[in-house]
Design a protein around this ligand. Structure first.
Ligand code: TRP
Length: 337
């Protein structure tokens, strides 16, 4: 039997290059070897977007199209919508007994997100709902509902996988060996920095190149990247290691990277040409993705059908998991087997 992958994305915006190198590439690579389930985490997105449900709704389809565009094959993998799997909600309720409030408050991912909200919206914006604080519990339910072996994610998700493992251990020690501890799988670039020098590319940070961006949009974003401040003139020597364009070349221009660095250090490389070359390489990599995305944008009914089918397959699995869980927890009351 094939091992299983469960992973997912919040539908709060389109997916970007950070998602691509951090997790999407792995998902595409592993879809032959693993049985793959890709969740569109609308319930999780609503934990901090409950006041803008239309935004979540719109982005369900956007994220599905991004997944298909990068090469997730609906014949091999299942893309599905979290809110249509009631078993996940049910598991979340049971798991919520197995986690303390203080443990959730110490979760580094949750802490960072709360700090970001405070910075953006002031102290009030940082006030935390029960649902938001508890989203790591619901993520543990996502993963374990599928008995997942592997979870391809970006680095920011590691504390959530750790929290999931703790819940699994707690559940198994209380109710008997029932659930599987998953492993996280990081991409080659576990965390892609922003072109603005931020430690992360992120939707909410306003520094993202989206998979759906056009060639011009991509070039314009690269044009504004932070470069070595000591380089004033075109032929000044510079340090590619303090330049975001240099850093992006290390990710997207691997074959030429050494040569690029040498030229930059020797003052033989103007920033404008260097940025054009980077944009060219990224655009080359994105070209087939854009083409597929355009196809699905014109065939949204097909995308919806893929989600309906994926959700149906996903539920087959989660129903089985619930039977095991209910039995272990002694709440399988009227099973006359
Ligand atoms: N938290 C993930 C994100 O913000 C999305 C997600 C929800 C997820 N459930 C998951 C990722 C389960 C991996 C496994 O992108």
């Amino acid at each position: 039997m094939k091992k299983r992958i469960l992973t997912g994305d919040r539908p709060t915006g389109k997916l970007h290059l950070g998602h691509y190198v951090g997790s999407l590439k792995n998902r595409v690579k592993l879809q032959d070897e693993y049985e793959e389930y890709i969740l569109i985490a609308d319930v999780q997105a609503l934990t901090d977007n409950f006041n803008t449900p239309e935004k979540v709704r719109e982005n369900v389809l956007e994220v599905a199209m991004d997944s298909l565009a990068v090469g997730i094959d609906p014949k091999k993998s299942n893309i599905f919508v979290q809110s249509l799997i009631p078993e996940v909600a049910e598991l979340t309720v049971y798991y919520s007994n197995l986690v303390t409030v203080s443990r959730l408050q110490r979760n580094p991912t949750v802490k960072t997100e709360i700090a970001q909200k405070k910075a953006l919206f002031g102290q009030d914006g940082g006030s935390v709902t029960y649902g938001f604080l508890g989203y790591p519990v619901s993520q543990a339910a996502d993963i374990t509902a599928f008995d997942a072996d592997l979870v391809p994610v970006g680095e920011d998700q590691l504390p959530l996988i750790e929290q999931c493992k703790e819940i699994v251990r707690k559940f198994n020690s209380l109710y008997g060996e029932t659930l599987k501890e998953p492993e996280a799988l990081l991409g080659d670039i576990a965390r892609l920095k922003g072109l603005d020098g931020n430690t992360k590319m992120g939707k909410s940070l306003g520094n993202a190149i989206y998979l759906g961006d056009s060639e011009e949009e991509t070039f314009n974003k690269i044009r504004n990247a932070v470069t070595d401040p000591n380089k004033i003139r075109k032929d000044d020597p510079a340090n590619p290691h303090v330049c975001m364009v240099g850093y992006y070349h290390s990710v997207f221009s691997k074959a030429d990277y050494e040569c690029i660095c040498e030229e930059c250090k020797a003052g033989k490389r103007g920033c404008v040409d260097c940025k054009k070359q980077l944009a060219q390489n990224i655009n080359n990599e994105l070209a087939p993705i854009r083409e597929k995305r355009a196809y699905y944008e014109n065939h949204k009914d097909e995308v919806k059908q893929i989600l309906i089918e994926g959700t149906k397959n996903a539920r087959e699995i989660t129903k089985q998991t619930m039977e095991k869980v209910r039995k272990a927890m002694q709440i399988d009351y009227f099973n006359n087997k």
